[in-house]
Design a protein around this ligand. Sequence first.
Ligand code: MIC
Ligand code: SF4
Length: 642
Amino acid sequence: MGLTIAQKIIKSHLISGDLTVGSEVALKIDQTLTQDATGTMAYLEFETMGLKRVKTEKSVAYIDHNTLQSGFENADDHRYIQSVCKKHGIYFSRPGNGICHQVHLERFGIPGKTLIGSDSHTPTGGGIGMLAMGAGGLDVAVAMGGGAYYITMPKMYKVNLKGKLNPFVTAKDISLEILRILSVKGGVGAIIEWGGEGIKNLSVPERATITNMGTELGATTSIFPSDEVTKEFLKAQGREQDYVPLCSDPDASYDKIIEIDLNQLKPLIACPHSPDNIVTVESLKGVKVDQVCIGSCTNSSLLDMLKVASLLKGKTIDPTVSLSISPGSKQVLSMLADCGALSDILSSGARVLECACGPCIGMGFSPNSCGVSLRTFNRNFLGRSGTADASVYLVSPETAVAAALTGYITDPRLLGEMPEVKMPSFFKIDDSAIIEPASEEEAKDLEILRGPNIKPFPTSKPQLDTLSAELVLKVEDNITTDHIMPAGAKILPYRSNIPHLSQFCFAVCDETFSERAKALGESIIVGGSNYGQGSSREHAALVPMYLGVRAVITKSFARIHIANLINAGIMPLTFKNPDDYDKLNQGDKLELTNIFEGMDKGEIILKNNSTGDKITLVCDFTQRQKEILKAGGLLSYTKDEK
Ligand code: MIC
Ligand code: SF4
């Protein structure tokens, strides 16, 4: 039987396992990326492995998240990461050079290669036919050290696009349409391949918008074929030699096939507070808008920015709206400046922010109280913007401009003619903000520079056969890592200081959580389905571990978060019967016995000593995962193995 694109890449990178869906496969990783909010932790972890050089083909560290530098903390982190890179063979993308996913696509991504990144939107690389996946920092550190990356072999979904997008309907609307169809849980356990004749008209940046937002479906990753469009893009980036054609076999089989007719698609909008809360833009006509943000790793390419500039040209934004534009990379910003488009943006009254994540992760530009913010980003989780009572909507750049010009949610098709905007045949190549590592010889004498905010990361205790602990917190479905470990300008500077960070754990849901968990010593969390969706931040596991959380029991987990929990030595367990969720209440005294035998059987019995109920929990851990948990986390396991 034929293979899908992803199966082909997996097969050529298999270290162990086979293509049986649901089984564990170990993959060789060719490239890694980190960003600074997860990077400090990942490099501290890499350092404990005691290796001199990374063993990947290319590893790159980006500084793009924590660029506000409201104190010494971020600058210290940046300096630390830069010194690790120089010494250990990693390329360092300086602050200002752009958002990791945008820059990686432009300068480093190669079709057919594997990439893991300590950021959940690493699948952006699927836009040029990479098998690109988000992972926890520790998994990235292991891959940098030459270790395998373990995933559960995913199902294969195919989305066939037919027809052509109408003016003002965009790749972002395709992303929102698939979220409408599948929901934020619909891609869990699957890789989504995009195909059909409709993809021929989608450029690489448009494809990358789609693979980027595939993360919001919970998918392992998303991927496009590598074809003539890919070749043109790589050629325009001066990297034609990196092109390899890649497509699925004609008889490849898929677990699900979805058809989208591009001709029928309308401008769409995701309403607060979930990316799958989709309606048409026209149905929200007339809603007053306070703020518009254009940028983020979803929509900050040169193509996006040129469209925005051409729509703003000669016009002034509504005086009641604040508009921010963050170009995705130095390449984008510099080319906008060279062709005069930047001046069109500035003349409209927009505020141009630096090439970084910025408002997307609440690093400045938070909306006013009860504000309505339209953003071209990928997430609109509660509180993520930095303003707790703001209403954040996700839209295409075209819809964003329509709101900025009118002051209201407006169907962009009412803006008149869409000016024709083309990608240039050649991009401006200037890699001066990417610093190469030192040679092995030079690296010997280099010192790693650490700041006082960089604290050693916590380690967990080995798992014992019995666990008696209180249910410290019960939460509902679709809890995101932004609930578990919020980000934003006040908290992000402390990503390398787990004790400080721990004060804010779950603060969005329950301000007393941190103190209560600490006081209990050991505790258990209960959640609904899709627990831990969203980011790859391992802090959402490391911080609960630091606070004594030993097990999390849910209806289901998101992929990266479950891996992070196991890596942190926290047992992720699911209800055999999801209705048993109702039999547990905050404050209940819980007991898990014969844990090791249960791990082997795949079921553990939970006794609720407060009610007398006995509940069956499922744990289908692989042998490796059982050993990691017994050792008290991946780092202890790796040390024990040495
Ligand atoms: C996000 O978009 O939520 C982030 C911030 O990029 C995270 C990483 C982090 O929390 O540092 C992600 O997507 O993994
Ligand atoms: Fe940065 Fe936002 Fe993309 Fe995360 S989703 S990498 S915060 S731009």
